[in-house]
Design a protein around this ligand. Structure first.
Ligand SMILES: Cc1cc2nc3c(=O)[nH]c(=O)nc-3n(C[C@H](O)[C@H](O)[C@H](O)COP(=O)(O)O)c2cc1C
Length: 394
């Protein structure tokens, strides 16, 4: 890592907080031995999962242990540090990880990894792209590395590199999809056969699917879409509303500017325009990042992605679209016409219809617990005892 990447200054009124407990292979084995599975909240880029990670990491039920994941996408180091500290405050002794995408600008990748390490994340999980360097950095920092995989081959490679656990993400997932030909249960069996690491299943999982993915040997389940439609979470209310009352015709696959990967989104005027071949070059980002730009970059294209990975930049802005503009319009402005609203296939199973009457994260967990035959979320006394499970890993 470059030595000149400055870490964010801690505000004088903000005391240093202890690191979150490490979520490594041994910790997961201990959780499983206690009769629980992991229920991981998948990271969602820009601010779509902000405000959720601490709420999820604070929940313990008889059968499930909540794990939060913070997205580092389009955060400055100061923004990422603030979100990690917030989650740790909301879930003392809980597991709070950070998701870092290897496809982002290399300078940002390094700065954000350093921040996750310095702030004591429980783990670092890598999506969209592969970087071996980060596995080495994690080992040096003593932070468990987690890989998101879409094949058994990649799972075996990550195990060799030193990953502590894996997320097998099937084609039903939201946002960028590793392999659209690989549905979750098929992938899960393939990954389980290729590695001895604990595997968390992700992609299109609804509460009633939990017994099935656990029966296929998953150490836990990762869900993101269900948590979007929650009373908790900072994302724009229109983003939450776009996740209500949706059937199969409302869900579409687009070709993302990120390496031309397929991505799942709620169908709207923006995805229709993309399908019709319209392109959307970047506009000024000062409306969000201010006159200083993003990480000191002030051009319309803030080069959010690494060299050679953005179809928009590679085509000299003549093709594709600016993903930063489109995601900011959705998650921050809540513009239902111009925004890109990533979603998972499970959006069609969300039963609530009114954005003013969404369940809290804790209430969503009650549904999960009931679906696996447990009782409701335990009371405050029992919860304190359960917190010891996480605290022991400090
Ligand atoms: C709006 C949205 C944004 C996402 N952003 C990211 C991301 O930045 N990095 C990542 O690794 N996965 C991202 N994902 C994938 C989720 O973390 C999750 O693994 C996947 O959607 C499977 O869960 P689900 O089917 O319940 O949505 C995103 C998903 C959604 C719906």
């Amino acid at each position: 890592m470059s030595a000149d990447t400055a870490l964010p200054a801690r505000r004088p009124d903000e005391p240093a907080s202890p690191p979150a407990p490490r979520l490594d292979r041994a910790a997961i084995e201990e959780v499983l031995a206690s009769g629980r599975r992991l229920l991981v909240q998948g990271a969602m880029g820009i601010n779509a999962s902000d405000g959720l990670s601490g709420k999820v990491a604070a929940v313990r039920t008889r059968r499930l242990l909540g794990v939060g994941t913070i997205s580092a996408v389009l955060k400055t180091p100061a923004m990422l540090a603030a979100e990690i500290r917030r989650a740790k405050r909301e879930a003392p002794g809980g597991f709070v990880g950070v998701n870092l995408m290897a496809a982002i600008h290399k300078q940002d990748f390094e700065a954000l990894a350093r921040t996750a390490f310095a702030e004591g994340a429980s783990f670092l999980v890598q999506g969209a792209g592969i970087s071996r360097e980060i596995v080495k950095w994690c080992r040096a920092a003593g932070i468990p590395f987690v890989g998101i995989v879409s094949s058994g081959r990649l799972a075996a490679m990550y195990e060799k590199w030193g990953a502590e656990w894996l997320v097998a993400e099937g084609a039903e997932a939201g946002g960028h999809i590793g392999d659209i030909g690989h549905p979750l249960l098929q992938l899960l069996d393939e990954v389980k056969a290729a590695t001895s690491l604990p595997v968390v299943a992700a992609g299109g999982i609804e509460a009633h699917d939990l017994p099935t993915v656990f029966a296929h040997g998953a150490a836990g389940a990762q869900l993101a879409t269900r948590f979007l439609a929650s009373r908790d979470g900072d994302v724009h209310p229109n983003f939450k509303d776009m996740h209500l009352r949706r059937g199969n015709p409302d869900v579409t696959l687009i070709t993302s500017c990120v390496k031309g990967m397929k991505a799942r989104a709620v169908k709207n005027a923006f995805t229709d325009a993309l399908a019709a071949g319209k392109h959307f070059p970047p506009r000024s980002k000062t409306w969000f990042f201010g006159p200083e730009g993003y990480m000191g970059r002030t051009k319309d294209c803030i080069e959010c992605l690494g060299d050679g990975l953005c179809l928009c930049r590679e085509s000299d802005f003549q093709e594709s679209f600016c993903i930063t503009d489109a995601l900011l319009e959705a998650a921050v402005h809540g513009d239902v016409e111009r925004g890109l609203f990533y979603t998972g296939q499970s959006v069609t199973g969300i039963e609530e219809t009114d954005v003013g009457r969404l369940p809290t994260v804790a209430e969503i967990f009650e549904d999960f617990e009931r679906a696996i035959g447990g009782t409701a979320v335990e009371g405050p006394g029992a919860r304190a005892a359960d917190l010891d499970i996480a605290a022991r890993f400090l």
